[in-house]
Design a protein around this ligand. Structure first.
Ligand code: KIV
Length: 260
């Protein structure tokens, strides 16, 4: 069995190289992320949009997250697995929030991720005291889209820097910076004292995260500026499926080499 990545491994690695995190939801994505040597597998609540076909992440339930976390933790043997706590699972009073995060650890995650700055800092402190490693998430926080009347980024530099500092002081072992302007994420990375993982936050973060399906080209219509597509999955998969259909219909498959 490969050795499971620990927080200490991540912190040590961050001293000499950039960290990588990619989302994973099932055996297929978890095994690929693990085999590629990606440091962290995030069971993102992007599950809602990518796997469940929802318009946003708000409908993801704790049960969905626990189900997918259990699969990813079983199939990714080496990566540090983080459960992205879904909307409602940690805004329900501190005791219930702690119990829900512990359920994610029991499902196999090594840590949990929560969206928000100052408003979750007390909870971050309590979780870390309870032995639950927490990754913070500031900048664009998709779970707030109703409260902010659509996808809006908090770009106010002093608030972002203060949130990052508070989360790190509260015990967060790392922070996701989503769509944070490059110079602000540089300042946060240089001052907050824990590794920062950027998405649309420029090159100065301690590491980067991308959504599995987005980086592999599963949804070519999704084209944010920050996204680099490393393959054209949809095009290749569609081509393969169409070829299969035409070969079966034309009597070309199965041939003698595929028959018993
Ligand atoms: O849910 C998710 O995939 C995320 C990443 C974009 C950081 O939160």
């Amino acid at each position: 069995m490969p050795k499971r990545t620990t927080i200490r491994d991540l912190q040590k690695a961050a001293e000499s190289r950039k960290l990588t995190m990619v989302t994973a939801y099932d055996a297929f994505s978890a095994r690929l992320v693990d085999e590629a040597g990606i440091d962290m597998a995030l069971v993102g609540d992007s599950l809602g949009t990518t796997v469940q076909g929802r318009a946003n992440t708000l409908g993801v339930s704790l049960e969905h997250t626990l189900y997918h976390t259990e699969i990813v933790a079983r199939c990714a043997e080496r990566a540090f697995v983080i459960a992205d706590m879904p909307f409602g699972s940690y805004q329900c009073g501190e005791n219930a929030a702690v119990a829900n995060c512990i359920a994610a650890i029991k499902a196999g995650a090594q840590g949990v991720k929560l969206e928000g700055g100052a408003r979750v800092s007390k909870l971050v402190h309590r979780l870390t005291q309870a032995g639950v490693p927490v990754m913070g998430h500031i900048g664009f926080t998709p779970q707030s889209i109703n409260a902010t009347s659509g996808p809006r980024l908090n770009k106010e530099e002093e608030t972002l820097v203060a949130d990052a500092k508070l989360l790190a002081e509260s015990g967060a072992f790392s922070l996701v910076l989503e769509m944070v302007p490059t110079e602000i994420s540089r300042r946060i990375t240089e001052t907050c004292g824990v590794p920062t993982i950027g998405i649309g936050a420029g090159p100065h973060c301690s590491g980067q995260v991308l959504v599995f399906f987005d980086m592999l080209g599963y949804s070519p219509e999704f084209t944010p500026r920050f996204l680099k597509r490393y393959m054209n999955f949809k095009e290749q998969a569609l081509g393969a499926l169409k070829k299969y259909k035409s070969e079966v219909e034309g009597g070309k498959y199965p041939g003698p080499e595929h028959s018993y």
